[in-house]
Design a protein around this ligand. Structure first.
Ligand SMILES: [Zn+2]
Length: 64
């Protein structure tokens, strides 16, 4: 005993993009092509604001 570890691990919210439905690493989620830019990472000559230019988003996968 001794050190306290602050409880359960949580997904890294800091790497989350606006278009993500959940934080990366969340159970029941996966990467998918960004529906806004279709994977290009760009929209109208600018960085896609949904995926932050990555072309991918994290989305919730229907379970079962
Ligand atoms: Zn995008």
């Amino acid at each position: 005993m001794g050190e306290k570890t602050g409880g359960k691990p949580k997904p890294d919210e800091s790497s989350r993009n606006p278009g993500d439905e959940a934080a990366p690493g969340t159970p029941g989620t996966g990467e998918d092509v960004c529906p806004a830019c279709h994977g290009s990472g760009r929209r109208e000559g600018k960085e896609c604001d949904r995926c932050a230019g990555s072309g991918r988003i994290t989305r919730v996968i229907g379970g079962a």
